[in-house]
Design a protein around this ligand. Structure first.
Ligand SMILES: [Zn+2]
Ligand SMILES: [Zn+2]
Length: 466
């Protein structure tokens, strides 16, 4: 499979750049990076994912002519684009609009792009491919990649990701089961196919992850990835949906419990599992195959990983957290949940002060060198352990509902046109909701600017992991 992730920041930039007053077509260039995935977790097949990296305008002097049904520009700029792409090891792409229609490749586009392929072929360098993107006047998009000697391969889907989630799936649009009729009555006929087309990762399958997984399955998500290291314990039975006493007795992995429950419901959801830590190199193919990820872990090191992943790949992470504390003398209950969206253009978890790097380092040590961790713990050099945090199923489940509703907002816009809020907080003890804004720290590599947005595959992985 071949697909394209277009960062919403780039989609907005392109649509502003290419809007014309008289409805003429217009063009621009884009540089793409790629994710080469050896094994898709649901099909087992190899796949390739393109990710938008940067938008480049066509210089005024290169524009030749344009009308509502054509646009022509000089190929000088295309040659410069090829050089730049070669230098930066990126894939060059041309973009043009079809303002009066939905996105498709016309016969004229076929002819023009074959000419461009000849330019590519006549160059000595190593650049052997280029991509073409068409943006339709109705918000749709298509993409294909041309490779020597003469082949055009069309993306099966184009995803626009950010505060909104849009999936433009061409011929491969998935079938929709009849069980989803009642929700189409609320969100309209395009909702179920859009939901069905999405591949969603759930990192952490405990108190918040288990309801998130069950809710997404009921909503009709086509492909679900479950990631969690742990097995069910008796102390989980008060909140992990689907878990039975027999699972705790047999120490069944949480991912297997949820996979079993989702499959037993017979909703046609394809489930893939990874039992392990989210940052494990063996999880990379599965993680890079997702369109959106729910962060349901209370592991600071896992959050640190997701906090990089979202920006490098343009795969949004909807992270959730819950903190409930008992009332004590002179102090009332403190019960708060939050849902935070990580995507290019939003403020990251580190800048929000939601990850404690020291705890993350201790968690990493416990994972990679348990003996050393135990030694330091005995000498009180690490803080870990302590009493388990309180947890009650209604609040863990409500936190999951907040997160999944934020996702529905991204797909449908039922709360208005702005997409997902960067962060929402709910106080259970006072029944208050508020949106929370925070500024990036100026030195932040993830969120202060477009630095690593859409880098996709780099070495080392996420500029950090070997
Ligand atoms: Zn065209
Ligand atoms: Zn940041």
């Amino acid at each position: 499979m071949l697909d394209l992730i277009m960062l919403e920041t780039h989609d907005s930039e392109l649509r502003a750049l290419l809007a014309t007053e008289d409805g003429s077509e217009a063009s621009a260039y884009v540089l793409l990076s790629a994710a080469d995935i050896a094994t898709d977790p649901w099909t087992g097949a190899a796949r390739r994912r393109l990710v938008t990296r940067a938008v480049l305008p066509v210089p005024e002097e290169d524009r030749v002519s344009a009308s509502p049904v054509h646009v022509t520009w000089s190929t000088r700029g295309f040659v410069r684009l090829l050089k730049r792409a070669e230098r930066d090891d990126l894939i060059p792409a041309i973009v043009h609009t079809h303002p009066g229609s939905t996105a498709f490749f016309s016969d004229q586009d076929d002819r023009n792009e074959r000419d461009l392929l000849r330019i590519v072929a006549n160059r000595a360098g190593q650049g052997r491919e280029f991509a073409s993107i068409v943006l339709g006047g109705d918000g749709s998009a298509v993409c294909r990649i041309w490779q020597l000697p003469d082949e055009a391969r069309e993306c099966e889907r184009v995803l626009v990701t950010g505060r909104h989630l849009a999936v433009h799936a061409g011929k491969t649009a998935a079938g929709v089961p009849d069980s989803l009729d009642r929700q189409a009555r609320l969100f309209g006929p395009s909702f179920n196919p859009a939901i069905r087309a999405l591949r969603v990762g759930i990192v952490g399958c405990g108190g918040t992850g288990s309801p998130t997984a069950m809710l997404l399955a009921r909503l009709g998500i086509g492909h679900v990835l479950l990631v969690d290291d742990d097995v069910v314990e008796v102390s989980n039975l008060n909140r992990v949906h689907g878990a039975r006493r027999s699972d705790a007795e047999a120490a069944v992995p949480k991912v297997d419990v949820l996979a079993r429950e989702i499959e037993a419901a017979g909703l046609g959801v394809e489930v893939a599992c990874f039992q392990g830590w989210v940052g494990d190199p063996r999880a990379r193919d599965a993680m890079r195959s997702c369109d959106v990820i729910f962060g349901c872990t209370d592991d600071h090191d896992g959050r640190l990983f997701l906090n990089r992943f979202a920006y490098f790949y343009g795969i949004p992470v909807i992270d959730m957290g819950l903190r409930v504390l008992p009332a004590t003398e002179g102090r009332p209950y403190e019960m708060g949940a939050r849902v935070t969206v990580l995507a290019p253009g939003t403020t990251c978890l580190l800048c929000r002060g939601l990850i404690d790097p020291r705890i993350a380092a201790e968690e990493a040590l416990r994972r990679t060198d348990p003996a050393e961790y135990d030694r330091r713990k005995a000498e009180a050099y690490v803080s870990g352990g302590g009493d388990p945090a309180p947890a009650v199923v209604t609040f863990t489940t409500e936190t999951a509902c907040m997160a999944v509703n934020e996702f529905l907002q991204a797909v449908t816009g039922f709360r208005g046109p702005g997409g997902m809020k960067e962060e929402r907080r709910r106080r259970f003890e006072t029944c208050e909701d508020r949106a929370n804004t925070a500024r990036p720290r100026p030195e932040c590599e993830m969120c202060a600017g477009p630095g690593v947005w859409g880098f996709a595959d780099v070495h080392p992985f996420l500029h950090r992991f070997g």
